[in-house]
Ligand binder design. Structure first.
Ligand code: ATR
Length: 278
């Protein structure tokens, strides 16, 4: 039987951890398949995706900067991808049409629930920093699961305001310069900005106002232990790192393409990081 083929399209793509991630699962479950990095220039996203069924691919992941172009190129989208206007997972249907999904929010939530099982979504506000693509996935998910107030603070305040207007419901824009006050009464704070990533400044957010049983989540995973998470741990708060979101968002695609529900565990984390977890 021919191997099942999948991969990840992006530009550039060399940095992607997805081939190591899916490659580990393929080996672990003894699946006759391959998952490859596919550098696709921004001018050719739709053509490349159209070629997937012709080349025998069962689907692919989509990463920056192609998630919006992929959304426009596919034949069907699910509710979450439609709200996001972005697709990160494509499944080739038996009739050769392309189904677009967005599993970033689901990946965030599964990882949060696994890492902070005592966190209760419905009792207190949550603060989200940032208003980019990752923030969109996360605030949508938080609203879906009944968080009563989702405060959004973004360096460019107008983007936080636009996001809150668009999603409505519990979303509430908060001025970036007053982000520290926004921690008051929150059960959770999530950093979705690039602050804290290698090569970027640290996030300046003293955590004094976060309640003592609060949870701090950073979607940055290079480094795994950001200054924000180290500070949270020092204070005895629950710290949730960014790698798990990446690992969990990959599960739905792998299950759809290869027919196995894969496990997210330390073995996978080691495989993706390429070294032991500190
Ligand atoms: P992603 O899709 O990963 O969320 P993005 O859409 O480029 O990426 O969003 C990056 C986020 O990090 C934005 O919220 C951005 O703030 P702006 O909307 O003001 O650009 C935030 N960000 C990036 N660099 C920042 C910095 N130095 N200080 C504060 N926020 C920063």
């Amino acid at each position: 039987m021919n191997p099942r083929l999948s991969g990840v399209i992006g530009w550039p793509i060399g940095h992607s951890r997805s081939p190591a991630l899916h490659g580990h699962w393929l080996a672990r479950y003894g699946i006759n398949g391959a998952y490859v990095a596919l550098p696709v220039h921004p001018d050719h996203v739709a053509e490349a995706l159209r070629a997937l069924p012709l080349l025998g691919f069962v689907g692919c992941n989509v990463t920056v900067p192609h998630k919006e172009a992929a959304f426009r190129a596919v034949d069907h989208v699910d509710r979450v991808a439609a709200r996001m206007g972005a697709v990160n997972t494509i499944v080739v249907r038996p009739d050769g049409t392309l189904e677009g999904r967005n599993t970033d929010g689901e990946g965030f939530l599964k990882h949060l629930q696994a890492s902070a099982p005592d966190w209760v979504p419905t009792d207190r506000p949550v603060l989200v920093l940032g208003a980019g693509g990752a923030a969109r996935a996360i605030v949508g998910t938080l609203a879906d699961i009944g968080v009563p107030e989702v405060r959004i603070a973004n360096r460019t305040d107008a983007r936080a305001e636009a996001l809150a207007r668009e999603f409505g419901g519990p979303l509430k824009p908060w001025p970036w310069d007053h982000r520290e006050e926004a921690l008051s009464g929150c059960s959770l704070v999530v950093n979705t900005t690039q602050l804290g990533m290698a090569g970027h400044p640290a996030l300046d957010l003293p955590l004094d106002r976060l309640p003592a049983d609060g949870t701090v989540c950073d979607i940055v995973y290079t480094p795994l232990e950001t200054t924000l998470l180290a500070d949270a741990r020092r204070r005895g708060l629950t710290a949730v790192d960014g790698l798990g979101m990446l690992l969990h968002q990959a599960r739905a695609g792998f299950a759809a393409w290869f027919g196995v529900e894969p496990a997210v565990d330390d073995e996978l984390r080691r495989a993706v990081l390429g070294r032991p977890i500190p």
